[in-house]
Design a protein around this ligand. Structure first.
Ligand SMILES: *[C@@H]1O[C@H](CO)[C@@H](O)[C@H](O)[C@H]1NC(C)=O
Ligand SMILES: [Cu+2]
Length: 235
């Protein structure tokens, strides 16, 4: 009895240590408090991934229907650098991206981002060479950062960070997604037209070569990582 409890506890600790959330938004060079500007996620305690890309939870993974209204909205300047700090070191090899959507009627509303309105603003794909295979430079880091496109029109937006962890991803549904959404009000922007847009859920099927992939035994003729979703809009 004692032994099995000890094993269960050790397993639980390992589980929490291995996974992560993105509770802290970084704006103007300052790392905010946990869940100050990022909607608290369903996995805020377990840190576990979401794996069903067709689930409504795949949009922002909120804890419940009050998560949006209980989260503050950060004012950010277009062209400035923002980021997300993870709850612990991100030990999984994978692909990072960030998407944004205009948020109507406001960033703290549940209906924000429910349409075909999301565009990709940044990505960090693994490198590749024929001799080494995939190269995961983004492994074992604690935070990621990227610019808000300078010509983005002013207004309320969500910023969705995502890592697709690919350590066990050979079969459909096995890739692990770590996601979170920050609520922002963009100022100092321009009159760009973000494109192409997509939706969450909807952006992925789960069968993409960048999602269903055995990174330890790459397909014959492999020539580099193919990111899922639309190309980056740089504004
Ligand atoms: C970031 O800086 C801008 C000025 O460039 C300011 O308007 C905004 O309130 C700041 N945001 C936060 C969250 O401190
Ligand atoms: Cu994991």
């Amino acid at each position: 009895m004692r032994l099995s409890v000890a094993i269960a506890l050790a397993t639980a600790i390992q589980f929490v240590g291995a996974h992560y959330t993105f509770p802290q938004f970084i704006v103007n060079g300052t790392t905010s408090s946990e869940w100050e500007y990022v909607r608290i996620t369903e996995n805020h305690w377990s840190n576990g991934p979401i794996q069903d890309v067709t689930s409504n939870a795949f949009r922002c993974f909120e804890l419940d229907s009050t998560s949006a209204s209980q989260t503050n909205t950060a004012t950010v300047r277009a062209g400035s650098t923002v980021g997300f700090k993870a709850s612990n070191t991100m030990g999984h090899p994978g692909y990072f991206s960030a998407y944004m959507t205009p948020a109507s009627p406001a960033a703290n509303s549940n209906s924000a981002g429910t349409g075909n309105t999301w565009f990709k603003v940044w990505e960090w794909a693994p490198g590749w060479s024929a001799s080494t295979g995939l190269i995961f430079d983004s492994m074992n880091i604690n935070e990621v950062s990227f610019p808000i496109p300078a010509s983005l029109p002013n207004g309320q937006y969500l910023i969705r960070i995502e890592q697709i962890a690919l350590h066990i991803a050979s079969n459909f549904g096995d890739a692990q997604f770590y996601i979170g959404c920050a609520q922002v009000n963009v100022v100092g922007g321009g009159n760009g037209s973000p494109f192409p847009t997509t939706s969450f859920p909807g952006a992925y099927t789960g069968n993409e070569p960048g999602i269903k992939l055995n990174i330890y035994a790459l397909p014959a003729g492999y020539s580099g990582y193919t990111p899922p979703g639309p190309p980056v809009w740089h504004g």
